[in-house]
Design a protein around this ligand. Sequence first.
Ligand code: APR
Length: 242
Amino acid sequence: MKSKVRISADDKIVVLTGAGISAESGLRTFRDHNGLWDQYKIEEVATPQAFSNNPELVWEFYKLRYDQLGQVFPNPGHLALVELELRIKDNFTLITQNVDGLHGIAGNKNILEIHGSLREIICINCRTKFKFTEIDMGGKIPLCLKCGGNLRPDVVWFGEIPYYLDKIDALLSTADYFLVVGTSGSVYPAAQFLQISKQYGAYTVGVNFDKPDNLVYLDEFHQGKSGEILPQLIDIWLGEHE
Ligand code: APR
């Protein structure tokens, strides 16, 4: 493997991840063959309208996600990003579209979960937040422990505004390197971060199983599984293998 990147402690790096980085942990992606959107319609399970029209169906979908959540663990791709943050500390920011929380479990600190997290559940009535482990998923719709209102996963659905967008432009404008991993590059606004960072002058690197939709904005593309590629790539970046 070859890469032009060599990192020093004052380089600023922004990483964007998507479902592909968690694939080797056993979680399905959305748009790959046999992905989640092959089996469910986005508009029936991942929009605010779906939740007000048919919360039982939305919860049927999410209960399957919660059944897996306690049984999945970070893979070598997640762990490689921890090594990177340990080296450059506050100059590292990880933006993730993933709601599985695996980056935090792996040990990354500076994480922006722009699509929220399945690990938090929020009451649509009183807005109290709970850890997913506190909630009884037995009924058709889990209910708030405080007010009895309907609970929903604290994730961003289609038609809702992703979190932390106010911070992201400033991050992209100062990044020396932008690394994008495991995302099809098809869901906005995240899909645009690569192009924006490149326009601001970052050197851009992609790691993905398939060619992403926004491939044209990558200075370097490493095709394959992130659990195999990222550990080697980041070793090279940190000067541990020449
Ligand atoms: N290593 C690296 N990349 C992988 C791997 C792997 N082991 N397995 C799959 N991929 C790649 C696929 O080639 C694909 O390009 O990961 C990408 C996953 O793409 P999507 O399923 O579209 O997932 P993502 O880009 O994260 O979706 C964005 O869409 O449905 C919404 O809110 C959901 O956050 C999600 C958003």
